[in-house]
Design a protein around this ligand. Structure first.
Ligand SMILES: C[S@@+](CC[C@H](N)C(=O)[O-])C[C@H]1O[C@@H](n2cnc3c(N)ncnc32)[C@H](O)[C@@H]1O
Length: 220
């Protein structure tokens, strides 16, 4: 790790809550629906190399491998405790995934290593400077024409999510996302052809999925 961040937010904010992460996501947030939709949005093809950035306990990476066994999936996270859970779950599911430890804003991969980078519920853990550094790193490790798919808190889209957003904007690093500013940050980092793909209402607030493309002719 070449540059340390001052602030690291674990999966459920406090490390002692990590063992509860999977039940909270499965039963509280109903993660299966939006994660499956995210996989569909990625339009994967056999042979593609995919990075799950901030893979946590590995649910999405395992789902990716189960739904598209011909893709090569790598999961990276900065927390060794969640990676151990991910490894155990993948072994139980009988899928082969490369698990790496590392920071989202300092990725241990060569330029142009991946066809797709996906990040689910991670960007709101990053401070504003770390979000910007992370977007530049993702751009670097994607091949030209490669895609970055993000699922995270976004602009509220109905009454319930407006109420929830008024509360969660005071937690973690969500405010900039609830104001709908991720797209302009991605463009500023060098991505193009940006689109909001889907909106989801969850008990914790509004989720939006985005797709951003690394322009052909940039980098490797
Ligand atoms: C809410 S969890 C999401 C996990 C998983 N992607 C999912 O959708 O269930 C956020 C994850 O981001 C990881 N994380 C937070 N800051 C990070 C950073 N700077 N670099 C890498 N991972 C980070 C945390 O360790 C945690 O596993």
């Amino acid at each position: 790790m070449s540059q340390e961040s001052e602030r690291y937010i674990p999966a459920l904010r406090f490390r002692w809550l990590t063992p509860l992460y999977d039940p909270v996501l499965r039963w509280g947030m109903r993660e299966a629906g939006f994660k499956r939709s995210l996989v569909e949005q990625m339009a994967l093809r056999p042979g593609m190399r995919v990075l799950d950035l901030g893979c946590g306990t590995g649910t999405l990476a395992i789902m990716l491998e189960q739904l598209q066994p011909e893709v090569e999936v790598t999961g990276i996270d900065g927390d060794l405790e969640v990676l151990a859970i991910a490894q155990e779950k993948a072994a139980r599911a009988g899928v082969s995934i490369q698990w790496d430890s590392g920071m989202a804003y300092d990725l241990p991969y060569a330029d142009g290593s991946f066809d797709r980078v996906v990040s689910s519920l991670v960007i709101h853990h990053l401070t504003m400077p770390d979000k910007q550094r992370t977007f530049r790193e993702v751009l670097r490790v994607l091949r030209p024409g490669g895609e970055f798919h993000i699922l995270d808190f976004g602009k509220p889209h109905n009454l319930y999510t407006r109420l929830a957003a008024a509360v969660i904007r005071h937690f973690e690093e969500t405010a900039v996302q609830l104001d709908g500013r991720l797209p302009e940050m991605l463009i500023h980092s060098g991505f193009t052809e940006l689109g909001e793909v889907s909106h989801f209402t969850t008990v914790f607030g509004p989720l939006t999925s985005l797709k951003a493309i690394k322009p052909a002719g940039v980098g490797k």
